[in-house]
Ligand binder design. Structure first.
Ligand code: C2O
Ligand code: CU
Ligand code: CU
Length: 565
């Protein structure tokens, strides 16, 4: 009996919700911005209303903030959700104390007042909560909104810029609802597809060159965007700015947190209908949203009906042209000059790990360490250029995100990234067994106390500890250029040394393994120690110079610098 009712309801929902025109979020501009986060609800499926979190007058999502490069922002963020939150400005290059990470909490009923200058390139960024352990819950319930930055370089180009007319922001979220129509932040059977907050989405576009600004705002799903009929389109920008030139493509893959600025040429198509789709059948099975893998026993259900199939996301009804339409794709955009590899002062190795290779839902870690708000993983001197080598040793793909900076992808498994990924990025998807190297420079802001985050943007992985933190140290700081555990009791001596380096836990813990790196991040020595409290390491064969020792012990990881004479 119950089944029959459910089937009937499903049928009803399909017929009731034929097509919904997507709302285009209202905009806020100017210096003084107020965002009030509150509880709300909305109808997504027939039956119970879905409880949401939203900003200002919205019942899902929030206003689009439109800023000009170099302008000042004086934001007031008011928390009325009945729980602690934060507001993070994803992609913006601002001081750590304004960044809205887990350390800058806003208690219920309180407000915060971040003030900053817009230093980013013209592109689309976004804001969302970042409260420790609750990012998934709060962001998935709807607390997120867009930030569009404009600048003079972009303004000089002939590009569609009429917001909501030929320049359309699309926040694509795929979510799981329970039988009471409530969001399940950690559910992996996500099949409720929302564009700007509505299901069965449609929109009307003029028959000219239009610009779609795509954000994958999902908790976990990766989309492989394309159009019906394999219509070609052009990627003009990545997360943090425009590309050198438009890149013609048939697909653009976006993992959670990633954005793409694309142009679609609809000239001469008045009266036609096309769909924005996800060609998920082309995704590898390790990418969430790709074909569901055969799962080890005990795994959580993750067989969303959308996994591994091609599905429609947004119906596009093409109508007549606007006044002064853009009708051509520009041949060039803005100069983009990735940092040269030779500029890097340091390489860090970040391996994505899990308790076992069979783990599919987490927890996942960086270098086997779970997030610890009290542990600063990296201290980075101001002005330093770094290469981070990201290696995924788990069986699922992870979108890796760094706060503070925009980076460039140097290579994927040693190969240059595809042309549509050669711009400014702040999230990069790393597939199982893949090694991705990114390069970035830490400029402008220092704070030796409040850290910036780096994390997986699959929100439940982030909440479960797949996150680390770094501080950018003031000019003149000359400390250990690597992760430091602040409270530790392992000593290494003598320093400098010519032959033997003693590593001594002073009976306070057992040393499990020792890895020694040179300052370029190359591993020069690795020792498994059989859980000793003290060990003498022969370093006589190392060439003279500074080295960093990573000591894994029963008390955690400790890093020590020493000098080989
Ligand atoms: Cu969009 Cu730290 O996140
Ligand atoms: Cu961010
Ligand atoms: Cu992850």
């Amino acid at each position: 009996m119950k089944k029959i009712v459910q089937v009937a309801l499903l049928f009803l929902s399909l017929s009731l919700f034929s097509q919904n025109t997507i709302p285009i979020p209202d905009t806020l501009t100017g210096t003084n911005i107020t965002l009030t986060m509150h509880k709300d609800s909305m109808v997504i499926l027939p039956g119970k209303k879905t409880k949401t979190l939203a900003y200002n007058s919205f019942n899902f999502l929030g206003p689009t903030l439109i800023f000009n490069k170099w302008q000042a922002v004086n934001a007031t963020v008011i928390n009325q959700i009945g729980d602690t939150t934060t507001l993070h400005w994803h992609g913006l290059h601002i001081a750590a104390k304004n960044d809205g990470g887990p350390h800058t909490q806003i208690l219920n009923g309180a407000s915060s007042n971040p003030q900053f200058t817009i230093l980013n390139n013209a592109s689309m960024y976004w804001y969302h909560p970042h409260f420790m352990g609750k990012t998934a819950e709060q962001a998935i319930k709807g607390a997120s909104g867009l930030i569009i930055v404009r600048d003079s370089a972009e303004a000089a180009l002939t590009l569609p810029r009429k917001y909501g007319i030929d320049d359309v922001p699309l926040i694509v979220k795929c979510l799981q609802l329970d039988s009471n129509n409530q969001f399940m932040p950690k559910g992996m059977q996500d099949s409720t597809l929302l564009v700007n907050g509505v299901t069965s989405a449609q929109y009307s576009l003029p028959a000219q060159v239009v610009r779609l600004r795509l954000l994958n705002g999902s908790g976990e799903r990766t989309f492989n965007f394309g159009f019906t009929g394999n219509k070609q389109f052009y990627v003009i920008g990545n997360d943090g700015g425009l590309l050198n030139a438009p890149v013609p493509v048939y697909r653009i893959r976006l993992s959670p947190g990633e954005r793409a600025d694309v142009l679609v040429n609809l000239n001469g198509m008045n009266g036609q209908t096309i769909y924005l789709m996800s060609y998920a059948s082309e995704l590898p099975s390790g990418v969430q949203g790709g074909p569901t893998m055969s799962m080890p026993a005990g795994s959580p259900p993750m067989n969303s009906p959308l996994n591994g199939i091609n599905f429609n996301i947004l119906k596009l009804n093409i109508g007549s042209q606007t006044a002064n339409p853009v009708t051509t794709i520009p041949s060039t955009l803005v100069p983009v000059n990735p940092y040269p590899q030779t500029q890097a002062n340091l390489t860090r190795n970040i391996t994505f790990t899990a308790d076992s290779i069979m783990v599919m839902d987490g927890p996942f870690y960086f270098n086997n360490l779970s997030f610890d708000m009290m542990r600063i993983d990296y201290k980075i001197p101001l002005g330093q250029t770094e290469i981070w080598t990201l290696m995924d040793s788990t069986m699922v793909a992870h979108p890796f995100h760094v706060h503070d900076v925009q980076f460039f992808i140097l290579d994927r498994d040693g190969n240059s990234p595809p042309p549509e990924e050669r711009g400014w990025k702040d999230v990069v998807l790393v597939e199982p067994n893949e090694t991705v190297r990114i390069i970035m420079k830490f400029t402008d802001f220092t704070d030796s106390v409040i850290p910036y985050m780096y994390h997986c943007h699959i929100l439940m992985h982030e909440d479960d500890g797949m996150m680390g933190q770094f501080v950018v140290m003031p000019q003149g700081w000359t400390g250990i250029q690597s992760s430091v555990r602040e409270t530790e009791n392992i000593s290494t001596y003598p320093n400098p040394t010519s032959s033997i380096l003693s590593i001594d836990s002073r009976n306070s813990g057992k040393i499990e393994s020792i890895t020694i790196f040179d300052l370029l991040g190359n591993k020069v020595l690795e020792i498994k120690t059989n859980y000793l409290v003290k060990i003498n390491v022969d370093v006589s064969m190392l060439t003279s110079g500074p080295y960093i020792t990573h000591i894994y012990s029963s008390n955690g990881i400790v890093n020590k610098k020493f000098f080989k004479e």
